[in-house]
Structures are given as C-alpha cells and as structure tokens.
Design a binder for this molecule. Structure first.
Ligand SMILES: [Zn+2]
Length: 330
C-alpha cells in the first residue's frame, strides 16, 4: 500500500521541461554527508533543508492524542512517533521527484540525509523529520520555485498496513476498510474521555512495534503539501559550499540543521512573505521603519499592533519582521 503525504496534484508541472543533467556516478563523500547516491559531482547540486513531516502521539491502543490531531495530514493519514523514529533513516539516499511521478525524467535529485528531532506540540512531545535534499543545478525552474518558496515537499511511503484510529481495524487492502476510514469517511472528529478537544478518525500507517511496516522511499516536490508543517527551511547553495561549512563549523549535519532551523508550521509562509517584502524597495523601507519602532519600544509596538490586527497576526508580523531584518542585514 503506497501512501503519499500529499493533498492533490497541481497540473502546473505538466508544463515543466525536463533536463538531461544527471550523468555519471561519482561517489564523493564530504564531511558527514554521504554523496555516493549522486549521479553527478556534488558541485553540480544545490543542498536544501526541508521539514518533511511530523508524527502524532498515540494513546493506547490506537487513538490519536487529540493534542496532536493537528499533525494528521490532509489525506487523514498519520505516522506514530515511535515508528517515525524507527524508520526515518530509510529516507537517506532515496530519490527526489516532481509530484510523486516515479520516472527518471521526473527525478530532480536525491535525499542526502534525514534528521529526527523532538517538537513540543500543545504540551506533547512528537518528532519531526528534516531532510537535506540535493537538487541538480540544471533544474532551474524548480530551483526558482524553491527560492521563492512557491513549492513544498511530500514524502512517499510504502506501508504494509494501516490501522483505523477509531476502532483499531487493520487495513491491508481495500476490502479491509471499516466504516470510519472508508472512502469519504476519514477525517470525522470524535471525542475521547478526559480531553476537551476532539480527535480524528484517520489511518495510522504501520505500527510502532513493527519497523518493517513502513518504508519511506522518496520525497517529491509538490505544489500542495499535505502536511502543514512541510516547508523549505534553508538553501545551502552548492553542496561543495555546504561541505566546507560542515567541515569547518560542524561535526555533523544534525548540528547544522539545529543552527538554521525555523521550525513552525507557518515558516514557509513567513519566508515567502519576507522575500516578497524585501523585493520591493518601498515596502522594505516601511519595514525598516517598523523595525526601528520595534527596537525602540517592543512592548508598545506589540500592544499597538495587537489592538489593530489581533495577537495571531501580531506574532506573524513579528516573525516576518525578524526574518526581513536578517535578509536586509539590519
Ligand atoms: Zn474503524
């Protein structure tokens, strides 16, 4: 059973031109990153850090902890944190495609590395997985989209079976679907005793005690990601540059990821907004003006903003402002 963390196909990629950029296998290895999967020399790839997916917390025997129900994907599939921890390394060395189209023409590079890290979601610890994806430099259309944050990622997993998070039914093929997760039924909310927010009927992919029940085999660039947390976090530039950064400053990729992480479900929107704002000199000067006011009187700035636009937007504006300050090197 193949599961994709994606919501729907964007037809924009039908127009994409393909490239024959990938040529010979070389097998370079720099620092802790294994480049042996690459078809071309590392100099010809750009390294990109993405947040690929989160996990959920399961309340035994099979209920999704309501506090982590927001981490179920838009297809109402989810991965339990123990299973994610046990299987995320299967991503290493896997290919990266456009829109889950598993052809050589659609391939854009490889997943060089994957890291797992804890995130506290509504007071409950779960795991997220970030990947370091190498994209061949010849795919300029994709790199442009990555640069302006108009594309995200989606993982592909081969799942032996899934489990209904409402009744525990084990689903190995279409004939096994129970009434809770059959066509059109997934995603219905229901309440659990002791919790003041509802949980959701979804398919839990595989089982934490059975690592063979899940194998990730690719990650695709997609227009519509299924996980709200899926986001481009950082563009390292050429892999050769990345390897020199690694060998100078960091003993391993995990530390480097920790340094640049901006993990939040909103991070890509914020990045996209910041890039847009910085591209207009007029807007940029207004933002610098806002930045000055914030520096002079942060409490007053936030109180004023909250009364105008509310606390959620105030938080977003602050995040964007901080990123703009970084981009404009204020
Ligand atoms: Zn069921």
């Amino acid at each position: 059973m193949i599961k994709y963390a994606k919501a729907q196909l964007g037809d924009v990629f039908n127009k994409l031109t393909t490239s024959s950029g990938l040529v010979s296998r070389t097998g370079h290895k720099y620092a802790d990153v294994d480049f042996s999967c690459l078809d071309d020399t590392p100099e010809n790839y750009i390294g990109i850090q993405v947040t690929a997916m989160p996990s959920v917390d399961i309340l035994p025997p099979h209920f999704i902890n309501p506090k982590t129900a927001n981490l179920v994907n838009n297809n109402y599939d989810c991965w339990e944190k123990g299973l994610l921890k046990g299987t995320y390394t299967t991503l290493k060395g896997c290919p990266s495609y456009m829109e889950h189209n598993h052809t050589k023409e659609s391939q854009r590079g490889y997943i060089l590395d994957a890291v797992l890290y804890p995130v506290i979601n509504d007071g409950v610890e779960v795991y997220y997985v970030d990947e370091l994806i190498a994209v061949h430099k010849s795919f300029s259309d994709l790199l442009q989209r990555i640069n302006d944050r108009s594309i995200a990622v989606s993982i592909g997993a081969d799942v032996k079976y899934s489990i209904c998070s409402r009744c525990g039914q084990i689903i190995r093929d279409d004939s096994d679907y129970c009434e809770h997760v059959s066509m059109g039924k997934k995603g219905n909310q229901f309440n659990l005793k002791g919790y003041n927010k509802p949980t959701v009927a979804s398919e839990i992919c595989g089982h934490r005690d059975d690592p063979d029940s899940n194998r990730f085999f690719e990650t695709s660039w997609v227009v519509v990601p299924a996980f709200r947390s899926a986001a481009i976090q950082h563009i390292f530039g050429s892999l050769t540059k990345l390897s020199s950064v690694l060998s100078k400053e960091h003993s391993d990729i995990q530390k480097l990821f920790g340094k640049v992480k901006v993990a939040s479900g909103n991070s890509m929107n914020i990045q996209r907004l910041s890039l847009k704002l910085c591209s207009s000199p007029k807007l940029a000067s207004s933002l610098l003006f806002m930045s000055d006011i914030r520096k002079m009187n942060p409490i007053g700035f936030n109180l004023g903003l909250e009364s105008l636009v509310g606390s959620y937007e105030t938080k977003q504006i602050n995040e964007a402002l901080t990123m703009v300050e970084g981009l404009l090197k204020v």
